[in-house]
Design a binder for this molecule. Structure first.
Ligand code: GLC
Length: 723
């Protein structure tokens, strides 16, 4: 029988007539598009606008009569925040909202393990679902432009390629649990200092090559459902009303079908924001009907400044995300909360995140059977970090501290002594415009006691670093100096005991004037609820460290690009990104500045040999380049190695960084085992963004392929000619 094609409008009429009941919302016969149109056609303008702004701190209204529920949101990127009261920032006082606390962004990225990022996302999504959330406000991926940014700890470091490889699986893991991820903060929220007012000025090339790739991959490959606009301005326009970022790039070029949500109280207008591509205004202080996207938006539609078509597009996006997040599904995922599986994932991420920066005389791993006495020093030996850092803080079900982890690990006949050494304090002295946090009277006493204790044991482990007074939202650090006179403490301890191990608990770089004197340095991160057990496992060799840095540790702050050029924190609320594309190791390598510890650096208790680098001498752009290399574990214990591939454009019409990360693979090798790793580089890998043509361009010529264990530990190189 020939199907009679009903005219579209008439069909839609029939559809609506037959869809007055809510049953059609779940009707499997109808496409999601049809159901959305049917819902939209039944909504009043007021109902549509109610969906585009907060109706509590962390939700937007639905349309009850049509079976559309409120949209529930929660922070944050490394665990589900405690329940907040509907109309204030105060905790709701629940007793069952203590969540799993996962390692934070710089730790997750330091695993260089996309599969683990996926599992991290699954666990975070399951916990959000179990708390009945529809949107989890994470992951955050702002590039580390300055080591001082207070929120570096939440993000994934300084390299755009690494971010693309880690953020996509994380988002997929979250969204497969029927929860929308919310990628943030779009874009260029690279400092907290004046974050609500700073204007980022930068070239199109820096925008396209450094700051956008993570977002583009998240949209195109990760299919992220929501994006959060940042507080700051870009090229003079607030991110929440920036037509170039929101309409031109995100929605038109990248075809983003989801929702743009403002950062909280980050909206600055009604008409400009509505027409520039913002879809939901979230905020804090106004009564909800006074939000820009509430009564004023209704007025703007009535007076024609904003078309109803524009409002329909916003609501269509919101309904699309609702359908994609399973909100209308009877069998929507239930999620799971604080399960052993999640604790295990938190532990696994921490195990693969910890970076062994230095291990002279192979002092590590310690031998549990032989060691008789250990002194543990430092405020970070006993401090818990889960609740700190601002909006990403959470109420952790538990958090194993480093001292607790060591006590769990050591044998009964090992004497363990703890000395405070230094203490967190908010007391400070003001010295040449710099805040020095320490309490003079107390500090000296604590230092003396710790040094005395250190001299009496075989080994000293100092848990040093920062905390969320420094790694936190809303402020940047003033410098890279360890607070509370830790440098003096570490130096004096080294003077009395050569077997000193420093474990840094922090989410961003610090200066280490004592680094030559200290034989062992470990970057421990804010490593989540199992941190203490993981540090103990690594110190005693039950876990072979495999983390690699995803950002540069400078010898001194002035060596960093934004500080060397004096463009941070900006002037008159303008931050000129004049380092352009030379962010992080791109700057250090191109300017031939030696870092304290390089991007991609991380030692193992094993050693790895690279051999047999094979690459075609000549390739055409479409064919791409096949690279093959062998990695062998020449050590005596199994372990992971992350082989990194960097490209160097030897001859180019524009400046290009000395080298750029274009591929990596983390492999697990038994002692003596060899694995062959293959990489395939497509044309984009060789290209730069041409500002004249406003597109990516691959220029023929000579390229060098570098493969190694870090950006400064290149093991093999080869030449390739692009026709
Ligand atoms: C904050 C943060 C953002 C967070 C939001 C809700 O200001 O910038 O990351 O998700 O508000 O707490």
């Amino acid at each position: 029988m020939r199907l009679i094609r009903l005219p579209g409008l008439f069909f839609l009429f029939l559809l609506i007539a037959s869809c007055t009941s809510q049953s059609f919302i779940q009707d499997k016969e109808l496409s999601v598009e049809h159901k959305i149109e049917a819902l939209l056609s039944q909504m009043t303008l007021e109902e549509k606008i109610n969906m585009t702004h907060g109706n509590t701190k962390f939700s937007t209204a639905g349309v009850a009569r049509l079976g559309i529920p409120d949209l529930m949101m929660s922070d944050g990127p490394h665990g589900v925040r405690e329940e907040i009261k509907p109309d204030s920032w105060e905790p709701a006082g629940w007793t069952n909202d203590s969540a799993s606390y996962f390692p934070t962004g710089t730790a997750l990225s330091a695993t260089w393990n996309p599969d683990l990022a996926y599992r991290f996302g699954q666990a975070l999504g399951q916990e959000a679902r179990a708390r009945d959330k529809d949107i989890i406000l994470g992951p955050g991926i702002n590039i580390m432009r300055t080591p001082l940014c207070g929120r570096n700890f939440e993000y994934m470091g300084e390299d755009p390629f690494l971010v693309t490889r880690m953020v996509v699986p994380c988002i997929k893991g979250i969204q497969e649990q029927d929860v929308a991820a919310c990628l943030k903060h779009f874009a260029l929220n690279n400092q907290e200092f004046e974050r609500n007012t700073i204007n980022a000025q930068l070239s199109e090339r820096a925008l396209q090559e450094i700051y956008l790739p993570g977002y583009e991959a998240a949209v195109k490959d990760g299919n992220v459902f929501t994006v959060m606009s940042a507080y700051n301005k870009v090229r003079g326009a607030w991110c929440s009303e920036n037509p170039y970022l929101l309409n031109d790039i995100l929605k038109k070029q990248w075809q983003f079908p989801g929702i743009v949500i403002s950062d909280w109280a980050g909206t600055h207008s009604t008409v400009e924001a509505a027409n520039a591509g913002l879809d939901i205004e979230m905020g804090t202080n106004r009564p909800y009907n006074e939000f820009y996207f509430a009564d004023p938006l209704l007025q703007a539609v009535k007076n024609g400044a904003v078309s109803e078509k524009t409002i329909d597009d916003k609501v269509r996006r919101i309904l699309t995300v609702m359908y994609k997040s399973g909100i209308f599904n009877e069998n929507r995922s239930e999620g799971s909360f604080t399960t052993q599986e999640h604790f295990d994932i938190a532990r696994k991420v921490a195990e693969e995140a910890v970076v062994l920066l230095k291990n002279d005389h192979n002092l590590l791993p310690l031998d549990k059977k032989k060691i008789k006495s250990i002194t543990v020093v430092g405020d970070n030996a006993t401090r818990k970090h889960a609740a700190g850092g601002g909006s990403s803080g959470l109420k952790a079900l538990y958090e194993i501290t480093p001292l607790h982890g060591l006590k769990n690990k050591i044998s009964a006949d090992t004497k363990l002594k703890f000395a405070q050494g230094y203490k967190r304090t908010t007391k400070f002295t003001w010295n040449k415009g710099v805040l020095n946090f320490f309490d003079a009277d107390e500090a000296e006493q604590l230092r003396k006691e710790a040094v005395a204790a250190a001299g009496e044991s075989e080994v000293v482990i100092v848990f040093a670093g920062l905390n969320h007074d420094f790694d936190t939202e809303g402020t940047d650090r003033q410098n890279l100096v360890l607070p509370y006179q830790q440098d003096l403490l570490i130096k004096e301890i080294c003077d009395v005991n050569p077997n000193t191990i420093v474990v840094l608990i922090s989410g961003s770089p610090v200066e280490m004037p004592w680094h030559k004197q200290v034989p062992v340095i470990v970057q421990g991160w804010y490593a989540g609820m199992e941190a203490g057990n993981v540090f103990a496992d690594i110190l005693f060799g039950d876990v072979n460290p495999s983390g690699k840095l995803t950002f540069t540790f400078p010898e001194q702050l002035e060596d960093s690009p934004a500080h060397s050029l004096g463009t941070y924190p900006g002037q008159d609320l303008n931050s000129d990104y004049s380092e352009d594309i030379l962010v992080g190791y791109r700057w250090f390598d191109t300017k031939k500045i030696n870092p304290l510890f390089a991007f991609g650096h991380g030692l193992s208790y094993s050693s790895f040999q690279y051999s047999d680098l094979k690459l075609k001498a000549k390739i055409s752009p479409e064919e791409g380049l096949q690279v093959s290399v062998n990695i062998r574990n020449s050590g005596d214990r199994p372990g992971y190695e992350t082989a990194q591939l960097y490209l160097q454009d030897v001859e180019c019409s524009v400046i290009r960084p000395d080298k750029e990360l274009k591929a990596f693979e983390k492999v697990y090798l038994q002692p003596g085992e060899t694995k062959n790793i293959k990489f395939n580089l497509k044309s984009k890998a060789f290209s730069f963004f041409d500002e004249k043509e406003m597109q990516w361009k691959e220029e023929p010529g000579l390229f060098k392929v570098h493969v190694g264990s870090s950006s400064r530990d290149i093991r093999l190189s080869g030449d390739v000619l692009i026709d």
